[in-house]
Write a protein that binds this ligand. Structure first.
Ligand SMILES: [Zn+2]
Length: 259
């Protein structure tokens, strides 16, 4: 009887470990920002406030008298690193609350499998590319309640995802759209965007068209941003054009001086 128990336990352990191996490990982590990370988001937004206003961006910042004063300072050109600690203290004492990110976390977790599947797909395309399609082993999605939208850091694979306390995201109900958009940005940043000095609009068009071509079935709501009149569809038509993206971009640049 004791032996049977022992065999049963061994069986349970073995099947549990097999199950763990078969479950694909997540390709990205999700991070609730610290006070310091959110203070940095706010500091950067205030620092660039003139750019945002000039280009018609809507930015989110805490509603507080101190923030209004710092925005004025930035417009006058006297805002600097010394203002960071006041922002940090405001967040820590009045504004920051870990539970503000609970709904956003839940909404990204609901799409975790879908996002993982698309990252695996991007890895498989990487191998057949004639250019350096930069895929990282892991990505880190960090929420922020502040700023103008999403951003990415190609050095460490950080995707900063703008969200709200209600768990909404910019432009899309489902966060997978923006997360994959930023991961494709990271993939092309060095060997395409920097190498061929793409303009902001051609960069966004390239990323959007790649996502659309690769994932229209998985991301049916995905939209190509309106970036002027250039018709990229004449050049970037199928996965083959993605596999040879360096040649595709050279072709675009050669035939369209103004893009
Ligand atoms: Zn973008």
């Amino acid at each position: 009887m004791r032996l049977l128990k022992y065999i049963l336990i061994i069986n349970i352990i073995l099947s549990a470990s097999c199950w763990a191996q078969e479950t694909p490990s997540s390709k990205f982590s999700i991070t609730i920002p610290t006070v310091a990370q959110e203070a940095t988001s706010i500091w950067r937004t205030i620092n660039d406030i003139k750019f945002f206003e000039k280009n018609g961006y809507v930015v989110n910042l805490p509603k507080d008298e101190l923030i209004e004063k710092l925005i004025d300072k930035s417009k006058k050109g006297t805002f600097n690193n010394n203002d960071y600690s006041a922002i940090y203290n405001l967040l820590e004492s009045k504004v920051y609350n870990k539970t503000d990110y609970k709904l956003s976390l839940k909404n990204v977790q609901l799409q975790e499998q879908l996002i993982n599947n698309m990252i695996v797909e991007l890895h498989s395309i990487q191998d057949s590319c004639s250019w350096n399609f930069n895929m990282l082993d892991n990505y880190n999605v960090v929420f922020t309640l502040y700023g103008s939208g999403g951003s990415y850091d190609p050095q460490n694979g950080t995707v900063t995802l703008f969200t709200t306390k209600k768990g909404d995201f910019k432009n899309y109900k489902n966060p997978a759209n923006t997360i994959i958009h930023e991961i494709v940005h990271i993939a092309i940043e060095e060997s395409i965007v920097q190498k061929f000095e793409l303009s902001h609009s051609l960069k966004e068009l390239t990323v959007d068209t790649m996502v659309k071509l690769l994932f229209s079935n998985l991301l049916p709501e995905y939209k190509v941003q309106n970036m002027g009149n250039f018709n990229i569809d004449n050049y970037l038509k199928n996965t083959n054009d993605i596999k040879n993206l360096d040649k595709t971009i050279k072709n675009i640049k050669a035939q369209n001086k103004a893009v």
